[in-house]
Ligand binder design. Structure first.
Ligand code: GDP
Ligand code: MG
Length: 186
């Protein structure tokens, strides 16, 4: 049994060493639900209140298209100064920009974030996914689904409307997985 366990450890270590690693950073105005989305993705649970000033990184492994991918996920606070933002952008391989469908101001912050990303990563082309969060709050919506789609088309990236608190159909995980694929394609 001990031999078998040692062998298992050896194989696991080899798989870990070979498994590709992608660094993902989540951006967007404070309050759009970045932390809630990351926590939903990692735990399949929703946590109502999360320290808004907190910045954290998480490691997560997932099987995407029959490949084990190790993700490092940076949940930014959304109130960083420009130097801190640029630092996070240099660090990341792929990016999720989140806005809140009930907060037009958060939608208007998407394009400037994208421009800064392009500038920091130039001449590289930036793997990106756009997420409109809080789709459960449709009755107080300020940003139409088509507006999100149009912006994503302009930025040539995938677009998901989702809800960290009522994630039917797993759109949250799909957004993270699609970003990993996008990073791996480059
Ligand atoms: P962050 O500052 O972008 O990290 O935002 P948080 O994850 O801290 O969320 C800000 C607030 O929005 C919290 O009160 C959350 O409970 C709430 N929230 C986050 N995601 C959703 C969602 O999908 N639907 C609703 N109704 N509330 C959400
Ligand atoms: Mg947060």
């Amino acid at each position: 049994f001990t031999d078998w366990l040692a062998e298992l450890h050896r194989v696991a270590a080899a798989v870990m060493a070979k498994s590709p690693e992608v660094k993902l950073a989540v951006f967007g105005r404070a309050g759009v639900g970045k932390s809630a989305l990351v926590v939903r993705f990692l735990t399949r649970r929703f946590i109502w209140e999360y320290d808004p000033t907190l910045e954290s990184t998480y490691r997560h492994q997932a099987n995407i298209d029959d490949e084990v991918v190790t993700m490092e996920i940076l949940d930014t606070a959304g109130q960083e100064d420009i130097q801190q933002k640029e630092g996070h952008m240099r660090w990341g391989d792929g990016f999720i920009i989140v806005y809140d469908i009930t907060d037009r101001g958060s939608f208007e912050e998407v394009a400037p974030l994208r421009s800064l990303l392009e500038e920091v990563k130039r001449p590289k082309n930036v793997p990106l996914v756009l997420v409109g969060n809080k789709s459960d709050l449709d009755h107080v919506r300020q940003v139409g689904t088509e507006e999100g789609e149009r912006l994503a088309a302009e930025m040539a990236c995938a677009f998901y409307e989702c809800s960290a608190c009522a994630d039917e159909g797993g759109a949250v995980a799909e957004a993270f997985h699609e970003l990993c694929r996008e990073v791996r394609r480059r």
